[in-house]
Design a binder for this molecule. Structure first.
Ligand SMILES: [Zn+2]
Ligand SMILES: [Zn+2]
Length: 229
């Protein structure tokens, strides 16, 4: 006969069908509640840039800033850093779902959403071949499912293989990324949200937003799991 603890654990597996990617305990969806609480959130974020207010140099009034709103719930600190690194550099593709669920939950619980389609930041074809997948798509997929917003991938490409931006300072990032994207699909009149893993200077999402607006998009937001402060 099964012991009480075995019955309990079977019942828990049935009620909580997933395993938390951090602690491996049963979880309802993605990270368990306890691990979820270990991720630091950005407090009182500025809607234009996603940084904690007061923001010293908000790009809000900068003519070259094309992002109408930034939603990026987590600070780029542990355990978010190691989870995002594992997703990007250690083939832990499944982490995209758990991280995307955090973003989806934040959006659903605290934001008005008026978006026609999600645009994951494309990787250069070379990088996709090397990595096997695009982490931004892995994050965007559960967001699209949860919020019932279509994902748009085809016709939006990264045509310049930029150096890893982490190696560059802010000015060099800006120069390196301008013109890195090409938009050949019809986005006319659409309200779009770009999805990425982490927003650092914002140069990447801003450059893609510029291309989408030039192609006729009506409005572009940027959604990411984390915001580097
Ligand atoms: Zn856990
Ligand atoms: Zn701001």
């Amino acid at each position: 006969m099964a012991s009480l603890s075995e019955v309990y654990s079977t019942l828990l597996d049935y009620l909580l069908p997933e395993r938390c990617p951090l602690c491996a305990d049963p979880s309802m969806k993605g990270y368990c509640g306890d691990c979820r609480d270990t991720f630091a959130v950005v407090t009182d974020p500025c809607s234009a840039c996603g940084l904690s207010r007061p923001v010293e140099l908000c790009p809000r009034n900068d003519a070259s800033w094309h992002i109408a709103r930034v939603v990026a719930p987590l600070t780029y600190s542990q355990p978010a850093i190691s989870q995002i690194h594992a997703l990007k550099f250690a083939s832990r593709r499944f982490l995209g779902r758990a991280l995307g669920l955090i973003l989806a939950e934040t959006l659903r619980s605290g934001f008005e959403i008026d978006v026609d389609a999600l645009i994951p930041v494309p990787l250069h074809a070379q990088r996709v071949r090397k990595r096997g997948y695009n982490q931004a798509i892995e994050i965007a997929r559960p967001v699209a499912d949860e919020l019932r917003i279509p994902l748009r991938i085809a016709g939006i490409r990264r045509i310049v293989a930029t150096k890893p931006l982490a190696e560059l300072d802010a000015d060099a990032r800006q120069r390196s990324i301008a013109g890195a994207f090409s938009v050949t699909r019809n986005v006319y009149g659409l309200r779009l949200a770009i999805v990425d893993d982490v927003i650092t200077t914002g140069a990447t999402v801003n450059a893609l937003a510029a291309q989408l607006l030039e192609a006729g998009a009506e409005n572009v937001e940027a959604w990411a799991v984390a915001r580097a402060l």
